[in-house]
Design a protein around this ligand. Sequence first.
Ligand SMILES: [Zn+2]
Length: 332
Amino acid sequence: MSIPFLTLDSHVDTLERALDAALDLRRENRDLACLDLPRMEAGLLWSACFTAFLPQGPLTEDARCTALGRAEAMWDILDALAVSAPERCGRARNPRELRNLHAQGRRALVACMENSYPLGQDLTTLDRVAARGLAYLTLCHQGANWVCGSNLEPHQGLTAFGRQLVIRLNQLGIMVDISHASERSAWEALERSEAPVIASHSSCKALCDHRRNLPDDLIRAIAHSGGVVQLCAYGPFLRSGAGENEASVSDFVDHLEHAISLVGVEHVGIGSDFDGGGGLSDCPDASHLPRITEELLRRGHGEAHLKQIWGANFLRTWDEALRLANGSHPHP
Ligand SMILES: [Zn+2]
């Protein structure tokens, strides 16, 4: 089946694999990664948010600088990929560029950052990396940093610096991502942020009681902010007792439909977490993503729903973040 409409996966960790194993993402890297250009093309995936994933390290200046260097190296890989295969893909620094690439039949590569740790407590570093055209910043990974508590520290919220950072993200038009954050941090980010807040890769706690998943009231609050919850295809988030690659497309779509039942189809999307542990028994890599579409069709979702779930909601939120930022800070 062909999917002519725009599709977007809001969270893939492929750049870390590419950096550490020197992968050429123009070629298929089966057994080494879940996503590359050939499998985006085979899976009818038009765009993906490539995160610079930085695991939480010690809160020291040396370790922070090393993490920032790795982030820059990962974004360099993305830039080089676009330059080396211009007929197949390009970098998208905003939704307009992304839609233009899709109209030209080219894959759109979006840069993001998973963990604010490399920024330290210095907003000028954020301003500098913002020039990469980041769509969102995930406030933390697994472990508290200078910005907030993670899901491992449920009672820790935003720090004083974290509150400043949220406002600066608003001014830059970079979306605030609360995946991995503690619930308290997420609520405080929602209260603080003047722009819509997102969860780039999280699933529903009501269906699977995992500390990384979102309770119903938090899903409602993200939607109320105008944001999106991008359901994550990571087995342990989808079904209790499931390991990586052990949950199915049907389990995944159960989470999508639960979120839709809470907040409507306008506030949900897909963040596979490929190469960060994501993958389903019957959708182990990007080439199999149409199986999610087939399951949605089988359950009665029409093309309008498919377009919203597969990227239109995420792009509307990104548009809104940039619109609100306009005037306070120019964005490329
Ligand atoms: Zn993650």
